[in-house]
Design a protein around this ligand. Structure first.
Ligand code: NAP
Length: 306
């Protein structure tokens, strides 16, 4: 069976940065990524708050550059779902696509996924007008009317991106104030294609073959109303992809992994980085920082085994 110094599960900014640092530290390193490099960053149209790119950089472009940089120093990347992560006498055993690899140390960087709201029509029309990725699906709605649900950075940023295609975008938010960063809020308020539907929650997504409208409830009056839309983009937060390690580590009440400051989990040789960790700020830069710290810790840990 192949033995690696380090296996990194997940190839978003956290995993790719860990791969870069570990490979530069001459560790025999493998990243296993289930989709495209970059994770959620790859599904972001433009990243404007990663230093070094004064005009911003497209999410997919930044992701590919991070992957290239890690590979340039010898980090191997393979594309597969990981089925199992287990403790093993030599460290850890990782099972993927009917194959197994042994790792002396593991960094888990599986990130987070979009949360569902759970209203009628959400599942039924997923892919038929309901989407969680504006970058992927926005262009299907040229000149259409769209609704974005949520009031955080993702909802506001993606609503603005959608105005490139759509004639009109409603932002439906459950309170009277946005959670998003002030600069994003101001841009949305200034955008003539965006209309806010305040103090309102989504109660149903309506349609036949495809989405034709949404029903929303004003939480102050309980009054229901219908808005005709061609598509609904849901951005009500994320939840941790912790399934793989939930039995090995400690999770907080929201399912995020509780780690030490140095990304250690209490299990020798097992580190958790990026959005999967309990942390105060989930951004590309904090994910990358976690990856660098974890790789440095792995180097020290492996040296201590010798
Ligand atoms: P978020 O910051 O958790 O915001 C979720 C939004 O959805 C909140 O406005 C919340 O309302 C609302 N919400 C939650 N559950 C709801 C429900 N059941 N029904 C209706 N509305 C609901 O999540 P996010 O915007 O996806 O961002 C996730 C993380 O990524 C954040 O740390 C964010 O800063 C980061 N991010 C950053 C950028 C950037 O810096 N450019 C871009 C995207 C994401 P309340 O406000 O009332 O709680």
């Amino acid at each position: 069976m192949t033995v690696k110094d380090l296996v990194i599960i997940g190839g978003g900014p956290a995993g790719l940065t860990a791969g870069l640092y570990a490979a530069r530290g001459a560790l025999n390193t493998l990243i296993i990524e289930r989709g495209m490099p970059g994770g959620q960053a790859a599904a972001t149209e433009r990243v404007e708050n990663y230093p070094g790119f004064p005009d911003g950089i497209d999410g997919p472009d930044l992701s590919m550059k991070m992957a290239e940089q890690a590979q340039r120093f010898g980090c191997e990347i393979i594309y597969s779902d990981v089925d199992k992560l287990e403790l093993h006498e030599k460290g850890f055993k990782i099972t993927y696509s009917d194959e197994e690899v042994i790792a002396k140390a593991v960094i888990v960087a599986t990130g987070a996924k979009p949360k569902f709201i759970g209203v009628k029509g959400e599942q039924e029309f997923h892919g038929k007008g309901v989407s969680y990725c504006a970058t992927c699906d926005g262009a299907f709605f040229r000149d259409g009317t769209l609704a974005v649900i949520g009031g955080g950075d993702a909802a506001v940023e993606e609503a603005m991106f959608l105005t490139k295609f759509a004639a009109k975008v409603y932002i439906v938010h459950r309170r009277g104030q946005l959670r998003a960063t002030k600069i994003l809020q101001q841009r949305a308020f200034d955008n003539p294609k965006i209309e806010f539907v305040w103090h309102s929650v989504l109660t149903e997504i309506k349609g036949q073959e495809k989405v034709t409208g949404i029903e929303v409830k004003d939480v102050r009056t309980n009054e229901l109303s219908e808005i005709k839309v061609d598509g609904v983009f849901i951005y009500v937060g994320t939840e941790a992809n912790s399934d793989l390690i939930k039995d090995l580590v400690q999770l907080d009440e929201r399912g995020y992994v509780i780690t030490q400051e140095d990304t250690g989990t209490g299990v020798p040789g097992l580190y958790v980085v990026g959005d999967l960790r309990q942390k105060p700020l989930r951004q590309v830069i904090t994910a990358a920082a976690d990856g660098a710290i974890a790789a440095a810790q792995v180097e020290k840990y492996l040296a201590s085994l010798e």
